[in-house]
Design a binder for this molecule. Structure first.
Ligand SMILES: [Zn+2]
Length: 281
């Protein structure tokens, strides 16, 4: 096992570029499970669970609320739940420590914005499905994403009986409709200027490391994931000097035969694995 860790560290050290791909499993290692009806969900969202009979944060994101006041009560609560701690988790701190001096880029479907919290700059981050702190017009009438921190934290504080005060509901400056959180929950999700810029930065990064020593570091991405895992596997296959490193638990750890010679898989708790890697660095 130690040998495997050393190999991972050497690959990271020698890499000309590192692409980090992260999904739900990374959040779970931080203690956030958006698909689970666990004690944390019941503690923080129990009133919503009872009122609407949904059983996870992700169901809450897709729920059709009877009113804007109720909808924003949920989304501001979620914002608060993800970001109320100003300090990054040990998991994210370790990840940052591992790559901070390297040439890296992050692609993630996580919506909690914990990468930025840990110090990863926005320019090196592609949040494919948006994040919980930005806003867009509910109709997507214009292609602009807005920071929502101030209004979201205010709504999180001021909600009562599952509703926020109507006066706090953010309105679109163009069409006067309500805003909504910039998450891929419906067909109006904006892939506007800022989304495109991040996407282009991601593509640009991959083009720049073409032929060089590339490490694809995949964290908690499910075995059947098409959004992040499939492109990572293709890239590993295509790039001669690529190494695919995947951290996951049990059945979710999957390396196809075609790239197995270029791959390192570590089966375990991501939090512990990252801690060990930083310790050995
Ligand atoms: Zn609008």
């Amino acid at each position: 096992m130690i040998e495997k860790y050393s190999k991972v560290l050497t690959k990271i050290q020698e890499a000309d570029g590192i692409v980090i791909g992260a999904s739900n499993g990374l959040s779970i290692s931080e203690g956030i499970h958006i698909f689970a009806d666990n004690s944390s969900f019941r503690e923080h969202f129990g009133d919503f669970r009872e009122k609407y009979s949904f059983h996870s944060i992700i169901q809450g994101c897709f729920y059709h609320y009877p009113s804007q006041e109720e909808k924003w009560a949920f989304f501001s609560r979620m914002y608060d739940y993800f970001l109320y701690k100003t300090e990054a988790s040990p998991v994210m701190k370790n990840l940052y420590e591992l790559v901070k001096d390297k040439n890296y880029f992050v692609v993630t479907s996580n919506i909690d914005d914990h990468f930025r919290q840990a110090g990863f700059p926005k320019e090196r981050l592609f949040e494919v499905e948006g994040n919980c702190r930005n806003l867009q017009c509910v109709n997507g009438c214009h292609n602009q994403i807005y920071p929502g921190d101030d209004i979201l934290s205010k709504m999180a504080q001021k909600q009562e009986n599952g509703e926020v005060p109507p006066a706090l509901i953010p309105k679109c400056s163009q069409c006067d409709s309500p805003m909504q959180v910039h998450l891929e929950v419906d067909r109006h999700f904006l892939k506007g200027e800022s989304w495109q810029a991040s996407y282009q930065a991601y593509q640009g990064f991959i083009e720049n490391v073409h032929g060089k020593r590339l490490v694809l570091l995949e964290l908690g991405v499910g075995a059947r994931n098409q959004l992040i895992k499939a492109p990572f596997m293709n890239l590993t296959n295509r790039e001669e000097n690529a190494t695919y490193i995947t951290l996951n638990k049990g059945r979710e750890l999957y390396i196809p035969d075609v790239i197995s010679a270029k791959s390192i898989g570590i089966d375990g708790d991501i939090a512990e694995v990252l801690q060990q890697l930083v310790y050995m660095k």
